[in-house]
Ligand binder design. Sequence first.
Ligand SMILES: [Zn+2]
Length: 83
Amino acid sequence: MPRFLLDVRCADLIGWWLRVECPACGGRSVELPFRLIEGRTPGLRLGDVLRGLRCRQCGVRPGRVEMVANAADRAHGRPAPGG
Ligand SMILES: [Zn+2]
């Protein structure tokens, strides 16, 4: 991820989602809306968020991190994640 992106404020990323993949949970991915992150902790920058990210299942730092415009692609044809 380009370095300058780490200084982007979450408030400027409302409408985007952060998709993080856990290397330890078999590629399990979780999507976090920046709207929610900003709502919980206003003023965070993307770098702060990434530094604090841990898998909720196993506590490992995330492997791959992607920015997605929304999670709509999940609603088309793919089964809902169980559990
Ligand atoms: Zn995990």
